[in-house]
Design a binder for this molecule. Structure first.
Ligand code: SF4
Length: 228
């Protein structure tokens, strides 16, 4: 059979998948030692809080969202409380956050759908979560993994960058990267793996000037700047 240029054969695909699985194991092992308590930086008590915070955290620091948290969730205990208030009141309550007007609209719509279609409960599947206005796969996975403890590959900008640098993927689209990582990482480690890469991207494998000299996965990373 003639093989198209640029296409990998089935044998090559299997070999590559095996190599990436081993690499993932090593990364989980090494980063697990470096970040034994890896978790999200957002603070939350339940899935409702994490969902609203994830919407607020788009183009905003987690620190700013955490600062607002006590006041916000003292007033809004669940989606019903948000549905009841006028939009202007919600805008005022989140006005310390970037793009608060747009986010207030999204949060309000999201809570309306939660109340009308899900009885006020946060759904426990990506498929249902992404039906909520303002919720994409990243947020859905963040809530599933972070609040419900379900297996979830969370592809935020840190996980995307670190995955590309280490060589898990050459894709740019987060949904495609999620799909690739799902195949490489064992399902029971999806959430842990996401938290580890997220922490690593914030602390060592930073967007500008990654600190490869301090990185425990330099030996398996395709982009390590340090000669071993
Ligand atoms: S070796 Fe460098 S580029 Fe690779 S993961 Fe570590 S810090 Fe990032």
């Amino acid at each position: 059979m003639v093989q198209r240029k640029g296409k990998r054969s089935r044998g090559e695909d299997t070999e590559r998948a095996g190599r990436l699985r081993k690499k993932a194991e090593k990364v989980i092992e090494e980063l697990g030692k470096l970040y034994p308590n890896a978790k999200l930086e957002l603070e939350y008590d339940n899935a409702f809080e994490l969902l609203i915070e994830a919407i607020l955290a788009a183009q905003e620091s987690d620190k700013k969202v955490n600062e607002l948290r006590p006041r916000l969730f003292k007033k809004y205990r669940g989606p019903e409380d948000i549905v009841k208030v006028p939009l202007e009141e919600l805008e005022k309550d989140i006005s310390s956050i970037n793009f608060y007007r747009r986010k207030a609209k999204l949060i309000k719509k999201c809570c309306e759908v939660l109340v009308e279609e899900f009885g006020g409960r946060i759904p426990e599947s990506v498929e249902d979560m992404v039906k909520l206005p303002g919720v994409g796969r990243k947020t859905a996975n963040m809530v599933l993994g972070g609040a419900f403890g379900l297996p979830a590959i969370i592809v935020d900008r840190h996980v995307l960058r670190v995955s590309q640098r280490i060589g898990f993927t050459d894709k740019k689209d987060p949904d495609k990267v999620e799909e690739e990582l799902r195949r490489i990482v064992p399902e029971d480690k999806w959430t842990k793996f996401s938290f580890l890469l997220l922490n690593h991207g914030k602390n060592i494998c930073t967007a500008r000037d990654p600190k490869c000299g301090e990185c425990p996965v330099c030996g398996v990373c395709d982009s390590c700047k340090v000669k071993l």
